[in-house]
Design a protein around this ligand. Sequence first.
Ligand SMILES: C[S@@+](CC[C@H](N)C(=O)[O-])C[C@H]1O[C@@H](n2cnc3c(N)ncnc32)[C@H](O)[C@@H]1O
Length: 274
Amino acid sequence: MIQYVERHINNTINDKSCFAELLRSARHTHTGVNDWKQVFALQENNAHIIWDNFSNGRKLFVDKDDIISKFIKLHNCKNYLEIGGQPFAGQRSTYHKIQCENKDSVNTDPTIEFEYDLPAGSNHYVMTSDEFFEKVKDSKKSYDIVFIDAWHEHKQVLRDINNSLENLTDNGTIILHDMIPLTRDLEKDPHRTGCCWRAFADLRATKKDIDMSVLVPPWGSEDSLGIIRKGQQALFEKKIEYNYDFLLDNMEELMNLIDLDVFYKKYIETSLDK
Ligand SMILES: C[S@@+](CC[C@H](N)C(=O)[O-])C[C@H]1O[C@@H](n2cnc3c(N)ncnc32)[C@H](O)[C@@H]1O
């Protein structure tokens, strides 16, 4: 049985649902890409008990678009960029569900037929994210919110984050999907969760002038979401090893894990809109 304790790392109260401990305890029993459901079931059970204690009347989010929308509303964001956006996928796509004045999206998928029109001033670019950022390099285009959810490979995600930071407003937010693979094999598959965590970890160890955390489930889904804003952080000091066991063994500090209670305190309740 997992012990529910409050841990203080980098002056934040970290994940009380002991997500990392749970993944460590399951690492030899659930390894396949499709074992994630069992792992999530364990976590959901534990974390709901925690949430009952800490929710204080606040709600669980429904999906990632719900969290992105919360940032858009809190910071009055006007310009949204989705890397890996799928406006062609209709109602189920995150792009479709996000309400924002301007919504740009970039995807290598050649489908260009949409069921609905993009908002005026918004664009969908059929190209790689690298090509996109090269294209906008001189335009001084800036975004208040960027959602990164494209090719889930270490160096690609690192370029996507760095390029997004170059084009991010000072009060802007980057949200990253699929930060923590729930099983060992999921980490190997860039079409699934992949190893995006490695890019996040690189910046946790090298970049002091941003604030980074990872929101662990359940907040409404089985995914872990990375959150990056301009600010300050204490760097992760160990030498990073790019393998799943290193991630599991160092996850709390490496990824600066937060649960939903801390997410509310850190990102929402400090803002005017409560
Ligand atoms: C997980 S899906 C995106 C789901 C979407 N973000 C959503 O939430 O509705 C990943 C997408 O990234 C696209 N993709 C893969 N490599 C890419 C790259 N280098 N640049 C831009 N898009 C890429 C794929 O075509 C795919 O549609």
